[in-house]
Design a protein around this ligand. Sequence first.
Ligand code: NAD
Length: 375
Amino acid sequence: MSQATRCRTMPGMTEHILPTAALRRWVEQLWLAAGCSADEARLTAEHLVGANLAGHDSHGVGMAPRYVQSWQAGELQLNQHVKVLSDNGSMLSLDAQRGMGQSMAYEAMNLAIERARQHGVCVMGLRHAHHIGRIGHWAEQAVAAGLISVHFTNALSKPVVAPFRGIEARYVTNPFTVGIPVPGREPVVLDYATSAIAMGKVRVAFNSGKKVPGDMLMDLQGNYTDDPAALFPADGGPGGALVPFAQHKGYALAMVCEMLGAALTGGDTTRPAHLTAKYGIWNNMLALVFDPARLSDQQLFGSEVNAFVDWVQSAKLRDGDEPILVPGDPERASRRARAERLPMDAGTLVEMDAAAATVSKVSGVAVPPLSSLLI
Ligand code: NAD
């Protein structure tokens, strides 16, 4: 949605409920109608619904309307395949050719996994992908193959994050991600934006008529505000900015994501010369994928991690209702809770119905409004 046309909602707006499996089929149907191959439509639907299942609505199906706009503007290209730019065995440079991020990152990770199995390690650079969504999904692809992966990702769209000590937005929410399979326990998946709050979570709060915590956003004058509208000015003019997480620490990590994820991979860093897309959100990513079994005995690794986690979780709780967790635990809990039904705010539902109407009109293939699936 453009800033000006984004649905403006009132506080306390209704939250709707959708059946998870039917929502996944609907997203697949939407992209099939748009012209995606069966694989691309399926991968896109699985990834977007997977983000909702993991509890990250910011990167879930609510991104589809923006993807539709990007496709309509000729920015997102359907049915691309990653192009190998250079291949030195354990080092791969790939170009996603502006393709659907969900299928491009899947292909890129498959190549990196294959090489890491062969050589023990693969350093993979992926440039020019359309939005690759929840990066933890790609770490989980490596984890499922028994591999560790570390991801430095830059996002390229309208800048929304101010550098530490600045008040004007200069870059996007550059996520940092690590996936670790651990023998004898569930994998560890660290995966977050380097801003104090992910931009998509501000979008969801805005669409739901909710506030955000008061120290994560600044207005145009650099004052903290809890109103997500600060980032969606009604006149479509410049908005405020998100702040980095943990002050200089999040800012410094975001800088590294920009340099390794984009400048090094041959992708575009966030600066005016590269801000030419109207709706497209681009991602560039450096992934380090490696086989832990070639570094150490996996049983010893697993027992050491388990002993460490036991020790950490033995700490006295600050709040008896809130246990000490391990990265990856909240997403697992959310998957259990959301397996059958997913919530969606009213503003996002309006955008989804509009996206279905656009795709139906352009393609001539009828896609029912998502609201027809409400429970
Ligand atoms: P977040 O703040 O919800 O943090 C999530 C991470 O913290 C997870 O690893 C989770 O397991 C861990 N975690 C949460 N609570 C925990 C606890 N109590 N103890 C231990 N670990 C805990 O994440 P976010 O910053 O809102 O990011 C959400 C998603 O947005 C991520 O999946 C990220 O990849 C994605 N993202 C994508 C882009 C992009 O351009 N594609 C940009 C920014 C963010």
